[in-house]
Write a protein that binds this ligand. Sequence first.
Ligand code: SAM
Length: 265
Amino acid sequence: MTLNFVRIAYAYDRTRYHPPEVSGKIATAIVSPVEESFREPVFLELGVGTGRVGVPIVARGYRFVGVDVSPSMLEVMRHKIAGVGRKVRLIEADARELPFERGSFHAVIGVHLWHLLDDWQRALLEAFRVLAPGGFLFEGWDVAAAENEDWRIQEKWREILGEMGFELKRGRHQRRLAEVRQAMEQLGLEPVEETVAEWIEERTPRQSMEILEERLYSFTWGVPEELFRPSLDALWEWVRDTYPELDQPHPIPWRFVIRRTRLPE
Ligand code: SAM
């Protein structure tokens, strides 16, 4: 996984781009409840990546620590916060074994992380260990409306791979989120879920194909090398027939969901 992220670090923001007003809404949804409960709060983000969610929080002047196992992702974030990052620490560390004392943070953030960890339970327990009493866990994720051309292209690829004998599995992230919710409820916690921003991304069929070709999404990583190229060649044929204008953008309606869970005080 680390190797994959070395490759995609700079490409990451292209596939998971948030318009500025969306970044602002996400930051507000995270910092507001924490601000109401704590003076001078300290934020920790697990799997901070390129700082898509963290940078807007840093820009508002909060104390912030980001951890990630990928030095390349952290490097991209370091460039973004150069000059505004005096209250920031970026640390190469594993979310499953955090190098922090119990109760060090008022909020822990995790966006698009759980599905990458087979033993996510360890990371969840670590998050709770480093949170102060009354602290908040924020999980966040992007959701695309099911009916869009990008999705249609991916579904066609799934069909092609199926004909080649390979089952492309999707939806791992949503399943994992449900497991994490269940684990938290079993601990007596009460996660609250909310859509905090909605926006439209314009993506062309050529861009949809590039994203698949570069294996930017984790659901593409399991496709064996020997099927990868032939299946994409077949998909290109279908895409060229279906979309004569390869650079004609199609809208993808997105929303960003935050699940907020508060520890007892
Ligand atoms: N949270 C960022 C965002 O939404 O833009 C990045 C999400 S990216 C899909 C997942 C990130 O988690 C990557 O930067 C990856 O290096 C990091 N990661 C994967 N496993 C990790 C672990 N065990 N501990 C900490 N970070 C991890």
